[in-house]
Design a protein around this ligand. Structure first.
Ligand code: URA
Length: 220
């Protein structure tokens, strides 16, 4: 990830130990969100979505990628230009750093499910508008209800504030244990990898957050 401490992997979990536990407690279900049995039909709904104006400027939707049965769900803000082109989240420079962050805690990208608050790219990479978040949030709730992750990692202010329905500053949210509203799914906040690319001095804090997320995952 670009700082020495990220290389201390001896005490970390390997991918082999991160098995999905199929029997989730019933209260891990996302309240008010009837789970679509068919992941495929949720995908089609997203692909054909015209609920906000972003459908006019997108090249394609970005549903999310990875293991739909993952223990870890990683949630970012919205697709950027490269993600809009490729139809996959976190494939640009920030995505490469995200991959390194995950590897630093023994996780391959394919082992987690990566999604965003928005499924379509906001023009010029502007912040999501409230109406866009509102129109899109049921898709993410359905994804979380389907994946039933054992831990959610929120990347950056936009993801954290929208997932936790708060306007608390990210600096205050990181390092804390939260739960995704109306569930028992633990949620940890860390800095967005794009921010870490601009401010590498903050990587050590993000490393602490990842370790906290791993502790939560292990039930420590
Ligand atoms: N930034 C995000 O928040 N999500 C992506 O998919 C890419 C960059």
């Amino acid at each position: 990830m670009g700082i020495d401490v990220w290389l201390e992997k001896n005490s970390l979990n390997t991918g082999d130990t991160l098995q999905h536990v199929p029997a989730m407690a019933p209260n891990n279900a996302v309240a008010g969100s009837p789970v679509l049995n068919d992941w495929q039909s949720l995908k089609v709904r997203v692909e054909t979505c015209q609920q906000c104006d972003l459908h006019r400027s997108r090249k394609q939707t970005v549903f999310g990628s990875g293991d739909a049965d993952a223990d870890w769900m990683i949630i970012g803000e919205a697709p950027g230009a490269e993600e809009d082109r490729q139809g996959e989240p976190f494939v640009g420079r920030a995505g490469q750093l995200l991959n390194s962050m995950l590897l630093a805690i023994g996780l391959k990208r394919e082992q987690v499910f990566i999604a965003n608050i928005l499924k379509c790219r906001p023009p010029d990479n502007r912040d999501p508008k409230i109406e866009e978040v509102v129109q899109c949030e049921e898709y993410l709730r359905q994804q979380i209800a389907h994946v039933q992750p054992r831990v959610i990692l929120a990347l950056g202010r936009i993801a954290a504030q929208n997932l936790l329905k708060t306007d608390t500053a990210i600096g205050k949210m990181r390092g804390q244990r939260y739960v995704y509203p109306d569930t028992d799914i633990p949620l940890i906040v860390t800095y967005h990898p794009a921010y870490l690319l601009r401010s590498p001095a903050q990587k050590s804090k993000s490393w602490e957050d990842l370790q906290l997320a791993m502790e939560v995952y292990k039930g420590v």
